[in-house]
Design a protein around this ligand. Sequence first.
Ligand code: HEC
Ligand code: HEC
Ligand code: HEC
Ligand code: HEC
Length: 345
Amino acid sequence: MKTLMRSAVTGLAVLTLLAGCELGSKDVVQRGYRGTGMELVMVPEDRVAHVNANQPPEPAPPQPAVGPKAGDIYQNVQVLGHLSIGEFTRLMASITEWVAPEQGCNYCHNPQNLADDSKYTKKVSRVMIAMTQRTNEAWKDHVGNVGVTCYTCHRGNNIPVNVWAADPGPKRATGMVGQTPQNYASESVGLASLPYDPFSSMLLGDRDIGGVQADTALPMGHPTDLRDAEWTYALMMHFSQSLGVNCTYCHNSRAFNQWEQASPAKVTAWHGIRMVREINGEFIEPTTPWLPEHRKGPLGDALKTNCKTCHQGAYKPLYGAEMLQYYPNLAELGEGVEDLDLFED
Ligand code: HEC
Ligand code: HEC
Ligand code: HEC
Ligand code: HEC
């Protein structure tokens, strides 16, 4: 009897201990040199479901680049004037499918006059077209041949599901006045007690990332500061969550600051940080005056991009499906567009 009790208690204790673990089989993928422990652990069923949910839509049938240009026929085309009428119409149809499948053309257009710019959605879209082209053209070090289309971020939604705005934090902060805004469990940083808005300063602003690990035993005037560590870790939690990977996908965790020991993905991520700053600072922020109140964050700024906007839990958006090849019109800016002021009213 006693033995039975004891084993029941032991059983319960083991169950309680294991409640925090995920049971079932795991796949382990090696990401670095043998013995460095740079491994990615995945639950196969979860991964399969996620891969299935992250497939690109069927591309529209291609249209010839010959014949009259949109710029010659239409009245108000500023960024797509170099496309043939066939290519232009195809892109309008695809944009509708990617961004406003329920509302259709009138989400951006005044049906009485397609050249009219009175809807803010049309003006924002013009900027978004230029932003997408610029990203594909100038940030190949990050987006490679996979590239981005409106679908990468929007996935059939008017506003991408994963966006951020400046976060005012809880009404009454638990920390001391003047302390780094933190200590409230925010989804943005994996519910950790870390600064909850690492985005404003590091994915819009260019606050330095790092300064965590010194290479001397004593500080020796090294800029290392506890706050730098907190901000850096907050952003890193976001990286891991957005890509569905752990820290060793990019780092050898014995030396987070060493580039020689890191995986090539860390270099890709470095370019990604700079790319996102440009997307937010050069394209999205300037649209703020056009946006209605309900499209702004609690502090009145535009909803912006972070790593999750494109990646959505995959190490490559849409698991690396090369969707851009079917939309070469989004691969580069049209001639002269760089000199346009897309933001004048
Ligand atoms: C998500 C926004 C959006 C949707 C939806 C959309 N368009 Fe457009 N459309 C634009 C933008 C932006 C321009 C201007 C492009 C430029 O400046 O080069 C434009 C321009 C046009 C023009 C040129 C009008 C002129 O004379 O200047 C036509 C024609 C057009 N669209 C047709 C359509 C059709 C047809 C649909 C539906 C199948 C559609 N659009 C859906 C954003 C949109
Ligand atoms: C890198 C991610 C990203 C890509 C790529 C992208 N968008 Fe957006 N889009 C956003 C974000 C973030 C917002 C919210 C900010 C804003 O409204 O300016 C937004 C907002 C919009 C809106 C405003 C919708 C509303 O209801 O307020 C339209 C329209 C739009 N995008 C069209 C497009 C089109 C068309 C493309 C492709 C040519 C595109 N976007 C590509 C991130 C993206
Ligand atoms: C997708 C790639 C990626 C992932 C995943 C990632 N990091 Fe990073 N990490 C970087 C990049 C890139 C930098 C350098 C940023 C820069 O210099 O602008 C960096 C910098 C750092 C630094 C600063 C090192 C120094 O110079 O002092 C630390 C610490 C760090 N990461 C920790 C982590 C931790 C902990 C995790 C997991 C929670 C993580 N990282 C996940 C890409 C990644
Ligand atoms: C505009 C969309 C977009 C945004 C935003 C974005 N990425 Fe990416 N990222 C891509 C694309 C597309 C690829 C695939 C490139 C390729 O396969 O050549 C990629 C690839 C990567 C890779 C390489 C993965 C591998 O296995 O080789 C890393 C790491 C990465 N991104 C990190 C980040 C981080 C960190 C951020 C935020 C700072 C970020 N990305 C933001 C589009 C984006």
